[in-house]
Design a protein around this ligand. Structure first.
Ligand code: NAD
Length: 474
């Protein structure tokens, strides 16, 4: 991947700003055309994207077609279909309260305000920057872009240098499908991204880790630029003995294996009452054998670790862990690690220090269900809280007593297939929301408007000085 020359970066931003100012992105039909072009880009080049993700991550083609390209094409079509509705101005009903001096009372008096046409306009924020990570390159780069196009913004997309084949491919394809006066890819590692962040943007949409999020936030603060921060963290899976433990083990193991654990909504760890740990362990062993009869490293259904650096980081966690490996634990070369399950993992373990973002599933036993909830509450609010329980009261308690961006009972990852559910974090897992209309909203702002006719002037009489006795007769 050859990075975009630093000297070109301000010129790219200025070109897009000039286009926005000229109103290039304003017509809804033009935005829809760009959205359809984006879908065409994915459909025409599905093979090339599958090859690129294969090279970057060893991603199985089925996953690229289904979870990346298919999901994004579906959201593009949905967005184009609903855009007229989302973008249209909304007339609001006023519920103004007026004080009538002569009556010495307050009255709700909304009809008087109707002729002033109070309206909320959905307006584009302007020229925006999208910074994406490597783990789901298609979705995490293009999902924000769909919202930016739909809202009428110009956008620079900066994909990750850690998925270089994907990044080079989108950089090559963008000008063939999208208007380069409005949408550009900047290929950047840290020096070029630092240059991008020196410039003023009208919104920055960042997806990635919390350390870099702090750098982005500090840069954005200099220009008072609004941000969406889609971060990660440790998403727990609480297993309550009332659930079907066999099914919970099956679903959790599958979710941990997906993209080799390199997924922001992967279950980071399992917390379970000690009395039920062995039942969960033996169910996990059975499903492991069923999913990976040839061993998980040999499986063609699993991605690999993205880079030797991440491999080294993960193997160091394993080396320092005090947990007992019950499945997996082997490694090969510098990008392959078996899906690995560990039991009896203590709270101060290496695996409990930060987000794992790899194929390790630590099981943390606690004394009882109360302690499981406390264990989760003692830590940062997760991106997702998974809880396996059949008990309605337990569900209510978990809902009431914890916080997370998303809560899912009795399954995992499935939440991402709902276009109507907002996706995002809370606290240390980030802020802002995306998904279909929520992504459109992230790149729009609500512009309040009035259009006041001259004829309402008699109603304004009370506001003009002098405030003499005549005013009290109104
Ligand atoms: P990454 O290393 O690709 O970094 C993300 C982006 O930040 C890249 O574009 C990269 O170039 C840029 N970057 C890196 N260092 C920078 C710096 N010093 N200054 C400016 N920009 C810089 O990806 P990652 O951070 O390893 O991604 C994994 C993390 O992202 C995990 O924490 C995961 O949970 C989180 N994530 C969150 C979501 C979500 O939607 N909430 C989705 C996927 C991943």
């Amino acid at each position: 991947m050859t990075a975009t020359p630093i000297s070109e970066i301000p010129l790219i931003r200025d070109t897009l700003r000039a286009s926005f100012r000229k109103g290039l992105t304003r017509p809804i039909e033009w935005r829809k055309h760009q959205l359809y072009q984006l879908a065409r880009m994915l459909q025409d080049n599905a093979e090339a994207f599958a090859d690129a993700l294969g090279q970057d991550l060893g991603k199985p083609r089925l996953e690229t077609y289904g979870f990346e390209i298919g999901a994004i094409v579906e959201r593009i079509l949905l967005t184009a279909d609903r855009l007229d509705d989302w973008a249209k101005p909304t007339a609001v009903n006023s519920a103004c309260v007026v004080y009538w001096s002569c009556l010495r009372q307050f009255t709700r008096f909304s009809d008087w305000q109707k002729p002033l046409k109070p309206t909320v306009y959905k307006a584009a924020k302007g020229t925006v920057l999208i910074i994406a990570p490597w783990n789901f390159p298609v979705v995490l780069s293009l999902q924000p872009l769909i919202g930016a196009i739909a809202a009428g913004c110009c956008a620079v997309l900066k994909p990750s240098e850690i998925s270089p084949h994907f990044s080079a491919l989108v950089a090559e394809l963008f000008p063939k499908y999208l208007d380069p006066n409005a949408y550009r890819v900047v290929l950047a590692a840290v020096p070029e991204t630092t240059k991008l962040l020196e410039l003023q943007w009208d919104h920055i949409f960042y997806t990635g880790n919390a350390r870099v999020a702090r750098i982005i936030s500090a840069a954005a603060a200099k220009h008072l630029t609004p941000l969406t921060l889609e971060l990660g963290g440790k998403s727990p899976a609480i297993v309550d003995p009332s659930c079907d433990i066999n099914l919970a083990a099956k679903r959790i193991l599958w979710a941990k294996s997906h993209n080799c654990g390199q997924l922001c909504v992967a279950p980071d760890y399992v917390v379970i009452p000690r009395s039920h740990q062995e039942a969960f362990v033996s169910a996990t062993k059975e499903w492991y054998a069923e999913f990976f009869p040839e061993g998980s490293m040999q499986s063609s259904s699993i991605s690999r670790i993205v880079s030797p650096e991440h491999h080294a980081r993960l193997m160091d966690l394993l080396k320092r862990s005090k947990g007992k490996v019950i499945m997996g634990g082997q490694t090969e070369g510098n990008t392959k690690i078996e899906i690995t399950v560990l039991k009896d993992v203590p709270a101060d373990d290496s695996f409990m220090d930060g987000e794992i973002f790899g194929p390790f599933l630590p099981i943390v036993p606690v004394d009882n269900f109360e302690d499981a909830i406390e264990f989760v509450r003692d830590r940062d609010h997760p991106l997702v809280l998974y809880a396996f329980t059949e008990n309605p009261e337990t569900k209510k308690r978990i809902l009431d007593e914890t916080m997370s961006g998303t809560i899912v009972f009795n399954d995992l990852i499935q939440q991402l297939s709902f276009n109507e559910l907002p996706f995002g974090g809370v606290g240390q897992s980030g802020y802002g929301r995306q998904m279909a209309q929520y992504t459109f909203d992230a790149f729009s702002y609500e512009r309040a408007g009035l259009d006041v006719p001259n004829e309402v002037e008699p109603f304004n009489a009370i506001r003009y000085p002098p405030y003499n006795d005549e005013k009290f007769k109104i």
